[in-house]
Design a protein around this ligand. Structure first.
Ligand SMILES: N[C@@H](Cc1ccccc1)C(=O)O
Length: 508
């Protein structure tokens, strides 16, 4: 009998005495597993082999599971700290024990919710007790984590952990189960007979090529049959980048909070980027090594004359009766120079000046989520460009409370409720605050933005008569707090972690 080459190879590699897996056959025949599967199905149809199928389950620890395998389960760490503090004699204050345990962020809640369930002790009105008879060494979950940390993707029936504990770890999100279909092939009696009688290899064509078509040869050759059941290589579809997805979510949240979106140029005159913000022309951030200047064209054509005059006066003389300017040179030519914007506060200046959509009446709220460019040194938290979440609110009598309340409301939408503020300095705001959040895995404080209330010296020349509070927040830093990655280069650019980008889910 005649058979295609791959089928002959599989038939010769299979055995009548024991079932051989597709993977093993692939290794012996040096064919891809999907080709072996296809050939095996063909052979089965001819009655030359039998195929048995089963579903194998393998398990491995998630990142969180691995962390606990290394550092100990949060509830065990809490128990150890409680013992240390003498909570086996008398109840001790929770704050003290948590502090001593070194547990941080979400791990505290995890520890508390498992502590009593597992009999480590009790927690009551801010105090904790430890059961002296509890034995962390006999903690089934802790022991299972240790067992599993030594094996990766182990078939579930080979690991020495009982089903109930596995179920519990699964529920806690500490392990991952993966199912795969295993097919095993055995030679049938007919297969053995045919093999002994001798089998010839028939040429079959797996793929139509341009050559076959142009030469007309395709009319004479024999084509291999399609097997739609063969396992194929996994193809990853494209998807929207998580940064882009999060930007969309930020926009939705801000629109929900009553904000309207600003638009404007990535390349802009220094006038809009700096001078309108009462940034002195000799400010270090305005030197050539801190900005990306444009070579062609080098200067903007058009600036509103009256505004230029008012901005220049504010810089030279200050604003109001006892105002003070910088008393340093101010040059319109310098202000006309073009550069990639280092912040999107240039858009705020354009909108506040009435330059984009005419005069804006209070109360008003505007935002943008757009790229900005800075000549920073690349490191885990800095790239040459990032997305800034710019925003401002114009209203009568705004205070720092309004500013902080707005941030609390905004960040809470992303599950971030521990924002901290630090006094800061910007030439264009007074007071000014930097914002910080806590990194969910490292526990470090991460700077996430800069904010303040715009000064008279900025607002008066722009023709704004009431208060304006404003900010610029980094979208990438928000992502860090949301998804816990530590290096911005994991999500951006040539070094990015494709697995992370494929698997991170942005939920709405
Ligand atoms: N422009 C500031 C952010 C900011 C905007 C508006 C007011 C205060 C601060 C920055 O890039 O850091």
């Amino acid at each position: 009998m005649q058979l295609p080459e791959s089928q002959v190879a599989v038939l010769e590699a299979a055995s009548a005495d024991e079932a051989t897996s597709v993977d093993a056959l692939a290794r012996t025949t040096d064919l891809p597993p999907e080709t072996v599967t296809g050939a095996a199905f063909e052979l089965a149809e001819e009655g030359l082999v039998a195929i048995e199928e089963r579903v194998d389950e393998t398990i491995s620890l998630t990142d969180e599971g691995t962390t606990y395998a290394d550092e100990g389960l949060p509830e065990v760490r809490l128990y150890e700290a409680a013992l240390e503090a003498g909570a086996d004699d008398d109840p001790v204050s929770m704050g003290q024990v948590i502090g001593a345990s070194g547990l941080e962020g979400p791990q505290v809640d995890i520890a508390l919710s498992n502590y009593a369930r597992k009999g480590y002790g009790s927690i009551d009105s801010g105090e904790i007790t430890a059961d002296p008879d509890a034995d962390p060494g006999a903690d089934a979950e802790a022991n299972a984590l240790e067992t599993l940390s030594d094996t990766d993707d182990a078939p579930v029936d080979t690991v020495d952990v009982d089903a109930e504990t596995l179920e519990q770890l699964d529920r806690r999100g500490l392990l991952e189960r993966t199912e795969s279909t295993v097919r095993e092939v055995t030679l049938s009696e007919l297969g053995v007979t045919e093999l002994m009688a001798g089998i010839e290899t028939a040429e079959t064509i797996g793929q139509v090529t341009p050559d076959l078509l142009t030469s007309g040869e395709w009319e004479d050759v024999e084509f291999a049959e399609y097997n739609v059941e063969a396992d194929a290589e996994r193809v990853e579809g494209g998807r929207v980048h998580i940064l882009r997805q999060t930007a969309e979510r930020v926009k939705d949240v801000l629109v929900g909070m009553g904000f309207q979106e600003m638009e404007g140029p990535h390349v802009d005159a220094d006038f809009w980027i700096n001078d309108c913000l009462f940034m002195p022309q000799d400010h270090p951030a305005r030197t050539h090594w801190d900005r990306f200047a444009l070579e062609h064209p080098t200067h903007i054509d058009d600036l509103p004359d009256d505004l230029v005059e008012r901005v220049e006066r504010a810089h030279r003389e200050g604003v109001g009766d006892d105002g003070e300017g910088y008393r340093s040179p101010w040059d319109e030519e310098f202000a006309r120079a073009l550069a990639l914007r280092g912040h999107t506060t240039s858009l705020s200046a354009r909108y506040l000046a009435g330059h984009e959509i005419g005069e804006i009446e209070p109360p008003a709220r505007y935002f943008s989520v757009e790229k900005v460019y800075r000549n920073d040194t690349l490191d885990p938290t800095h790239l040459l460009e990032f997305f800034q979440i710019e925003g401002w609110v114009m209203a009568e009598d705004l205070s720092v409370r309004d500013l902080m309340g707005t941030f609390e409301e905004f960040y809470a939408q992303f599950g971030i409720t521990d924002i901290e503020f630090k006094p800061h300095y910007n030439p264009y705001t007074e007071p000014s605050f930097e914002l910080f959040g806590t990194h969910p895995t490292t526990g470090e404080l991460v700077e996430i933005g800069n904010s303040g209330i715009f000064r008279e010296e900025m607002l008066e020349p722009l023709g704004v008569e009431c208060d304006v509070m404003a900010w610029g927040l980094a979208l990438e830093r928000l992502l860090m707090l949301m998804y816990g990655f530590e290096d911005i280069r994991d999500i951006h650019g040539t070094l990015c972690d494709l697995e992370l980008l494929r698997e991170t889910e942005v939920t709405y």
